[in-house]
Design a protein around this ligand. Structure first.
Ligand SMILES: [Zn+2]
Length: 61
């Protein structure tokens, strides 16, 4: 295995009967018959997109 974590619960219905699907991080829920994919996005706190940053106003010193 590539060290990829397995989900414990379906993110849509919360049931635990998940089966791995073909594909990277792809899972299938037998209860709600949904398929979804988990993707690792990176390490670190996420930046808020659209939030006003400290450089929105230029300091005039
Ligand atoms: Zn489900």
């Amino acid at each position: 295995m590539s060290g990829r974590a397995a989900p414990f619960y379906c993110p849509y219905c919360g049931e635990e009967r998940l089966e791995p699907r073909a594909g990277e991080g792809a899972w299938f829920c037998r209860d709600c018959v949904r398929s979804f994919q988990l993707k690792f996005l990176g390490v670190g706190a996420p930046r808020e997109a659209g939030a006003p940053g400290p450089q929105s106003e230029e300091s005039s010193s």
